[in-house]
Design a protein around this ligand. Sequence first.
Ligand SMILES: *Cc1c(COP(=O)(O)O)cnc(C)c1O
Length: 224
Amino acid sequence: MITKALQDIRSQLPDNVQLIAVSKTKPIEAIQEAYAAGQRRFGENKVQEMVDKYEHLPKDIEWHFIGHLQSNKVKYIAPFVQLIHAVDSLKLLKEINKQANKNERVIDCLLQFHIADEQSKFGMNVKEAIALLTHPTAADMPHIRIVGVMGMATYTDDKEQIAAEFAQLKSIFDTLKAQCFAQDNAFKHISMGMSGDYAIAIEQGSTMVRLGSTLFGDRDYANV
Ligand SMILES: *Cc1c(COP(=O)(O)O)cnc(C)c1O
């Protein structure tokens, strides 16, 4: 099932779009099946769950943290996390820099933007991001590398609205690229698109889609 779903999705993805298999709530066996089918990038949104899975699974897996990350939990994932998708404050960035330093690493991060018309505590706007990026402390963080942006569209059937929101994220990316990262080739990612909207996200310039249910089946939160 998972193997087939992976093959289907891969055949649809352009070469420049990475597939993050969102394995949150799913058992180790499901990840092993995807791993056997060649998948190496997995996304989780709970710190403890990601640490447990990391410990039980092959070490060449790239672990992507895709949820809201509390500063006091960064230390648990800092030794191994590949990419933190949802950074939305200087406080969090500072803590990631500190924990990465302790682990003698540089940790890649994406800045999260609020593009949906739903209420959410998470995600910045462009002004806030530029304030963060130009803040003196941000210039002195050798253990983090900001490699792009991330966002989630509104949960709706309205495809035009979703396309407009993803286009907004692409435009935020372009603005930041021009204003803050013009000389920085590492700043190149736009993490957008989930099971329900990834085709639209790719049309709008996504470089990373985060797919859960379409690969692993529906999540059953009752068993977590
Ligand atoms: C759960 C989750 C996904 C995957 O959602 P699906 O609809 O199952 O593909 C993607 N991104 C984030 C941030 C998530 O929390």
